[in-house]
Design a protein around this ligand. Structure first.
Ligand code: HEM
Length: 320
């Protein structure tokens, strides 16, 4: 039988490939002969994906709550995927940086614009019932949300605002980690007792978080930006992209998220307790957390007014 020359060429290449790794091409061709055709549903593991929405109660809206969290976690994974490529980059070109940061911004924009699904897409009555079956779990325990922060900026920028000016890269990672803003937010200021939500989160993820923070001690996105050659670093497009990322991650998403806490948990007199046990009204506002990934690209006034649009929105609506 005559074998077409383009096929023969491919076979030669395959022979070369398998020979180089000490493998036998014939056996692999047998495998190809018997192999099933790939389907869409197998490729993306659709059955597994659609089997992961398992409500704790009979309230139909709980499924919306579960699915939207899962969607968000997948976007977080996409964000981390791009962050890791910036961290591993050796070429130090602004163009590469810009492409990756723009992708991250697109993911954040998708999350910010879809958060309405949480704010107005569920019945308040149902939410207030099924949430009681979820105690003490909270989105606070999203490890990927924390990883995005660890990959973005050095630990000292993630410490609680009350101690941040006393913290620097001279403190040990363990010390910085103990003072991270979200641990303080979930600790009773009077008794020093950590919430159960925090204790469980620490028990499950501290070893992994410490591994990550050690591995990016000098190579977070912020380090990588500061290490760029002067000419690349000055790129106005890059600076704009980084500013958008900082605002998307630390103001816009947190504001949309806080909108859901306001919709479901706010009451005229006493607010409803959050499942994670933080004093959420004081903990969640970006103007109080003041997390800024890339301080060098902002001026003092901008840093001072970080996230203030929320304060204006709530207390001075006419200033909008
Ligand atoms: C009705 C919808 C939601 C409400 C009412 C809500 C409420 C809250 C509250 C009150 C907190 C403070 C921690 C606590 O005491 O529990 C919190 C933290 C958090 N939630 Fe949500 N949440 C909602 C949806 C979501 C979704 C869809 C995500 C996506 C993963 C999410 C992710 C987070 C994260 C990452 C934190 C920690 C924020 C930080 O440390 O600054 N939440 N949430």
């Amino acid at each position: 039988m005559e074998i077409a020359s383009d096929i023969a060429q491919r076979i030669e290449k395959l022979e070369e490939k398998y020979k180089n790794s000490g493998q036998d091409l014939g056996s692999y061709l047998d495998g190809l002969l018997h192999q099933r055709y790939l389907t869409y549903w197998d490729y993306i593991h659709l059955d597994t994906l659609l089997s992961l929405q398992i409500p704790k109660t009979y309230f139909p809206d709980e499924e919306i709550f579960i699915m939207y969290h899962q969607i968000t976690e997948l976007y977080f994974k996409l964000i981390i995927h791009e962050q890791k490529q910036i961290i591993d980059d050796k070429l130090q070109k602004a163009s590469f940086f810009i492409q990756k940061v723009n992708r991250i911004n697109n993911y954040f924009k998708a999350l910010i614009s879809s958060f309405e699904i949480m704010i107005n897409g569920m019945e308040k009555e149902q939410f207030l019932h099924y949430r009681m079956s979820l105690l003490p779990a909270s989105g606070f325990q999203s490890a990927q949300y924390r990883m995005i922060e660890f990959y973005a900026t050095p630990m000292e920028n993630l410490t609680h605002f009350t101690v941040r000016d006393q913290m620097s890269n001279k403190n040990s990672l363990e010390e910085l980690y103990e003072n991270v803003y979200w641990k303080k937010g979930a600790t009773n200021t009077e008794t020093g007792e950590k919430t159960l939500t925090l204790k469980q989160f620490e028990y499950r993820y501290t070893p992994r978080f410490m591994r990550i923070t050690k591995s990016v001690k000098k190579s977070t996105i912020y380090h990588k930006y500061l290490q760029l050659p002067e000419k690349e670093k000055e790129s106005p497009v890059l600076i704009e992209a980084l500013k958008s990322l900082d605002v998307n991650a630390n103001v816009h998403w947190p504001l949309m998220h806080m909108g859901s806490a306001y919709r479901y948990l706010r009451k005229e007199k006493n607010n409803i307790d959050a499942t994670g046990g933080t004093n959420w009204k004081e903990y969640l506002p970006p103007s109080f957390q003041k997390v800024i990934f890339f301080p060098e690209i902002w001026n003092e006034e901008e840093k001072e007014n970080w996230g203030k649009q929320w304060v204006d929105h709530i207390f001075n609506p006419e200033k909008k």
